[in-house]
Design a protein around this ligand. Structure first.
Ligand SMILES: Nc1ncnc2c1ncn2[C@@H]1O[C@H](COP(=O)(O)OP(=O)(O)OP(=O)(O)O)[C@@H](O)[C@H]1O
Ligand SMILES: [Mg+2]
Length: 305
């Protein structure tokens, strides 16, 4: 296991990413709800995403993932702070409809396809209003459906497609206007493990072949690990931001962010040993090693061991 550094190719990709233009930048972004009891859905988030990145935003339910994604996609407005996407400041932007149509492609947990339209017609929907002819629209929709592996399903309506296939159509639709970024909120949330994995294969393929920037919100660590960078949110804040590393290291990170991990990091040695029933010198030594790994994996959160 490589404990401290991502492997060489990952490190190279990160350097390449940083040389790319910035697609998303947020500055002290906040979104509060309510007048009496205020919910700090987003509480001062600073983040930067470069062109070509493939990243995940993770965190428990209610931690602010969708709120962040909705602000980046101009589906919502911040309480304070700034969010700049593809060079446009969304706090002062005039034509929000054009921004949503041209700059971002959305994929949601439920695909939201129009039930009476075929797969091809659904993919054409965002292209209406663009200055392209019907035949160009048709060719582009067909090309995108080929890209997502649905060349033989173009004329099927959503009810004739499986859940995974519907989500593929939704991905093709999100790509219709060649967006600067794809924002996907729990795109695998309503799919079985296999179909979910295939959607992540598809995102990976699109990211690598088209260079599209893709941000996936998920609470599933297995989904997040399919990307190249994971941001973790808690209580409206980003509490961790790291490049995806090898599986053992990611397991340790997940453990560090779990209740058990927090207990291992915080408990006094004596109390912990008693609680876990660790009595032998070997057991004590093994626990000490695990705790030091967890401490590193947590990015130095918790108490120094
Ligand atoms: N319209 C709203 N009015 C009031 N509170 C809201 C509203 N939308 C979200 N919240 C609150 O903001 C916080 C963050 O919500 P958000 O939907 O961003 O969480 P999430 O991380 O996406 O959760 P999940 O994994 O369950 O989708 C939650 O406490 C939620 O209850
Ligand atoms: Mg959500």
């Amino acid at each position: 296991m490589n404990e401290t550094m991502p492997n060489g190719s990952q490190a190279k990709r990160e350097t390449e990413d940083c040389e790319q233009p910035v697609v998303v930048a947020t500055y002290q972004l906040t979104r509060y709800y309510g007048d009496g009891v205020v919910v700090r859905a987003l509480d001062g988030v600073d983040m930067v995403v470069h062109k070509g990145e493939f990243l995940a935003v993770m965190g428990p339910s209610g931690s602010g993932k969708s709120t962040l994604l909705n602000l980046i996609g101009a589906l919502d407005r911040p309480t304070s702070g700034r969010v700049i996407v593809n060079g446009e400041d969304l706090t002062t932007i005039r034509d929000v409809d054009r921004f949503r149509a041209c700059t971002v492609g959305f994929v949601f947990q439920l695909h939201n396809l129009l039930p009476t339209l075929t797969a091809r017609e659904n993919v054409e929907v965002p292209m209406h209003g663009q200055r392209i002819s019907k035949s160009q629209m048709r060719r582009r929709a067909e090309h995108l459906l080929e890209l997502v592996g649905l060349a033989d399903r173009m004329n099927h309506i959503p009810a004739q497609l499986s859940g995974g296939q519907r989500q593929r159509v939704a991905v093709a639709r999100a790509l219709a206007n060649d967006p600067a970024i794809i924002l996907a909120d729990e795109p695998t949330g309503s799919l079985d493990t296999q179909s979910g994995s295939e959607i992540m294969d598809l995102f990976e393929h699109i990211n690598q072949t088209q260079g599209t920037t893709i941000l996936v919100v998920t609470h599933d660590p297995r989904v997040a690990r399919r990307t190249r960078r994971i941001l973790t949110m808690r209580d409206g804040k980003i509490v961790d931001d790291h490049p995806v590393q090898d599986a053992v290291w990611e397991d340790l990170r997940d453990l560090a962010h779990s209740r058990l991990g927090e207990m291992l990091l915080k408990e006094e040695d004596e109390a912990l040993l008693e609680q876990l029933g660790v009595t032998t010198p070997d057991g004590v030594a093994a626990l000490a090693i695990l705790r030091s790994w967890l401490w590193k994996a947590s990015g130095g959160r918790g108490e120094t061991i």
